[in-house]
Design a protein around this ligand. Structure first.
Ligand SMILES: [Zn+2]
Length: 222
């Protein structure tokens, strides 16, 4: 039986560029997980900041979320995106529990995934995530193959989507018959038209690979 590698991806922070990203993903039939901070999506347009001094990035408004992410997986990225290194266990627990509960309320479905803000994951923080209904939690570490994970609460991705060695890592994951190849990023890192076209090119390359199929992250933890 031939082995197909699942192409799994997740995107963080719930920004306006996700609108375009989701359209592209839908056109390719690709699955993806979006890591959201339920406490930072205000009514109307969300909080704004600058990326590389040139691009204004804005979080989606709260009322945009359900329609934007329809058909995609939602995961918890804490309530307000703090670093776990800076909070007491009590404060961190509230961020994790409340973040998940608000997403479940808003989307009307179970949330089982988690991503650590800034990738910060001290042991006490990972234990809280483990004990509060999450099946996996992503760090910002790289590991190929990324699956199976030694500890699902310290899940590394294969790489960031702009990693210079992206396709070598993909070939490596295929060569060891990994169940999945997993990359992550922020859609606001796509700044120019050529960046967006490059991303579509990336998806097309997966689409045209007979050894690959789209997969969902939570599906790997069932
Ligand atoms: Zn983030």
């Amino acid at each position: 039986m031939s082995h197909r590698i699942k192409i799994v991806q997740c995107w963080d922070d719930g920004v306006e560029d996700d609108l375009r990203l989701c359209e592209i993903l839908r056109a390719f039939g690709a699955q993806a997980t979006f890591n959201l901070n339920a406490g930072l999506h205000l009514p109307g347009a969300g909080e704004a900041w600058r990326f590389r001094d040139t691009k204004e990035v804005r979080r989606l408004g709260r009322e945009q979320l359900v329609a934007t992410y329809e058909g995609f997986e939602i995961a918890n990225h804490t309530l307000t995106h703090p670093s776990a290194n800076k909070l007491s266990t009590t404060e961190w627990t509230r961020e994790v529990v409340e973040g998940r509960a608000r997403l479940e309320d808003l989307f009307g479905r179970e949330v089982v995934g988690f991503a650590y803000p800034y990738g910060h994951c001290p042991p006490h923080a990972a234990e809280v995530v483990r004990e509060t209904g999450h099946r996996y939690a992503r760090t910002c570490a790289n590991a190929t193959p990324s699956f199976p994970a030694a500890d699902p609460m310290l899940l590394a991705a294969d790489c960031h989507f702009l990693n210079a060695g992206f396709w070598e890592l993909y070939e490596k994951a295929k060569s060891v018959r990994a169940p999945a190849f997993y990359f992550w990023g922020h859609s606001y890192e796509l700044c120019s038209e050529s960046d967006w076209l490059g991303f579509e090119e990336m998806l097309r390359r997966f689409e045209n690979d007979p050894d690959a199929e789209w997969g969902s992250l939570s599906g790997l933890f069932e």
